[in-house]
Write a protein that binds this ligand. Structure first.
Ligand code: FEO
Ligand code: CA
Ligand code: CA
Length: 550
């Protein structure tokens, strides 16, 4: 890394909120400061410390040489006397209490959705038979967990049991809307769920994104404005609406969570859709730029620019027109076509998908996670697949903003960064993370029913991949880990010094037809039921990677 690159690296690290302490919440720390603001060490070894693994069909977490893992949190683990860890962990974020001590902090974990067989015991097809007690159990299993964790001298991480900060957010936690107008008649929603990926703000709060919300309360069909109707989701309907008449409009938002207090609010200004993630960048004037993708076939990519520093309540939302390389305003006052379809900005935000198409947003192939390259400022967007359009393998899209430092400009160039396929050895890219040395890591999400079937046979179980930024494999895709049967790795997040990769193992054994017929027994083996869990990936190879920047 030459001096110019190193300066850019530090600049982007500082501006993109990659690593920061909860001190920002407690003592008003300068949001631009980063505990990682020290120059990377000079290259000391020639051999890149990680070699790729083969694809796997084993019911194990398989890791490259030089890495090992420990299970940190399993579904059902007690985190306090009153709360336990939820199901199907996804996004993780570790925020240290003190930027000088990255070994002690709060881990946030999303709990996206649930497997009824394991969580509530419901195993029929007719969900009108599901009892309220079953629904209550399911409602507890989703949302998020806040857990204090500490790193021991030997490098292992441990949960601090019963720490007063440990708590759950669930589908029954009251969460206010960060908006002056009511949403579907209320200023408060009951709960959060479908929490997929997320982001971290420069002031140390968590953004957790409500993705496939239709599975829980359906969606409103408003084609007859006088008689709007709830329509259950065609692919999976948990049927909670039979016991709780919550409006679909209360879900599909980005939710901001204070990891110290657990206080949460739904950020209406970022719009309502199947938000995969919310990736925050701080411009030099302190305004926030937030990228978010709507993960569904032919849905759009969005950018929000806050009106002022330190708040995501007000600002302007834009949708990408990739063909023209333009961010198009979704401001009611600026767009006559929105004025002819909606009553006001609140309606535009609630029915964001419809509004985005009206102003010319580009339909994309399931925009999933978004990360900003700390070395060059490029914005990477996973487009996982779009099977009806014949895109089975997906790609990672590269967005180069006209103003690559601030990202507040409204024009950009888009191109393919990496395409899935036999040459690159991956399919269906999903969550991404840059390690503190600026190497890209990403996970794959081949659906459980497709794994090892055409055209996915060459890829085996889902995996974790990396793209080195130095060494003889620079720019190549290396598979670093393989997930257990039916599972997907989600939520990769590096500890501040890069010696640990927090990683979710989501939905192992999801195709089990009964408790007696399990497809996976991970992580405990034997005849145990599979348990979604967060693991800590560590090892000498990660240490070497952090010590040796190219
Ligand atoms: Fe929850 Fe788009 O993955
Ligand atoms: Ca995802
Ligand atoms: Ca996915």
């Amino acid at each position: 890394m030459n001096k110019q690159n190193r300066r850019d690296f530090l600049h982007f690290l500082g501006r993109s909120g990659l690593s920061l302490g909860l001190g920002g919440l407690l003592v008003g720390l300068d949001a631009c400061e980063s505990p990682n603001n020290k120059p990377p060490k000079y290259q000391k070894i020639q051999q890149f410390p990680l070699s790729p693994i083969e694809h796997s069909l084993l019911d194990e977490v398989v890791l490259a040489d030089g890495l090992h893992y420990e299970v940190l949190l399993r579904w059902g683990d007690d985190i306090s006397d009153t709360d336990s860890f939820g199901y199907n962990n996804d996004y993780t974020a570790f925020i240290p209490f003190d930027k000088e001590d990255p070994s002690d902090g709060m881990l946030w974990v999303n709990h996206e959705y649930l497997n009824e067989l394991f969580v509530s015991g419901f195993d029929g097809d007719d969900r009108s038979n599901k009892t309220k007690s079953m629904v209550d159990t399911e409602m507890y299993s989703v949302g998020g967990s806040l857990v204090r964790i500490k790193q021991q001298k030997d490098g292992r991480w441990q949960v601090v049991p019963n720490d007063p900060h440990n708590r759950r957010l669930t589908a029954q936690t009251a969460i206010p809307f960060e908006w002056d107008e009511p949403i579907a008649g209320s200023h408060t929603a009951m709960g959060t769920f479908a929490n997929c990926s997320g982001g971290v703000t420069p002031w140390g709060t968590i953004l957790t994104c409500e993705e496939n919300y239709e599975m829980f309360y359906g969606e409103t069909d408003k084609s007859d404005p006088l008689h709007p109707q709830r329509v259950p989701y065609e692919y999976l309907d948990y049927g909670w609406w039979r016991h709780y008449d919550n409006p679909p409009e209360h879900y599909g938002w980005v939710v901001e969570v204070n990891p110290i207090t657990g206080a949460a609010k739904k950020l209406v200004a970022l719009g309502r859709c199947s938000h995969e993630c919310a990736t925050v960048h701080e411009a030099s004037d302190g305004r926030l730029v937030v990228y978010t993708g709507d993960d569904a076939n032919d849905e759009c990519l969005y950018k929000f620019i806050s009106q002022k520093p330190g708040s995501l309540k007000e600002g302007k939302l834009y949708v990408a027109n990739v063909e023209k390389g333009r961010w198009i305003s979704l401001d009611f006052d600026e767009q006559p076509i929105l004025q002819s379809h909606f009553k006001n900005q609140t309606e535009v935000l609630i029915y964001l998908r419809e509004a985005a198409k009206l102003v010319g947003g580009s339909p994309l192939n399931r925009p999933e996670d978004i990360e900003i390259d700390p070395l060059n400022g490029q914005v990477l967007v996973s487009l996982t697949n779009n099977k009806p359009k014949g895109d089975y393998l997906g790609e990672i899209l590269k967005i180069e903003e006209a103003d690559k430092v601030n990202k507040t400009s409204l024009s950009f160039k888009a191109s393919t960064f990496l395409a899935g396929g036999p040459e690159t050895g991956f399919a269906c890219p999903d969550n991404m993370a840059f390690d503190p040395s600026g190497n890209l890591w990403f996970t794959s999400d081949i659906s459980g029913s497709s794994i090892n079937k055409a055209p996915y046979e060459p890829y085996g179980n889902n995996g974790l991949f990396m793209v080195p930024n130095w060494g003889n494999n620079k720019g190549k895709v290396l598979q670093i880990a393989a997930a257990p049967v039916d599972a997907e790795f989600t939520g990769p997040f590096f500890s501040p010094n890069g010696d640990t990769l927090f990683l979710s193992v989501q939905h192992p054994g999801e195709r089990s037809s009964s408790i007696e017929s399990l497809t996976s027994n991970w992580p405990d083996g034997g005849n145990d039921i599979p348990k979604p869990s967060v693991i800590c990936v560590r090892g000498q190879a990660l240490q070497d990677l952090m010590d040796n920047n190219g």
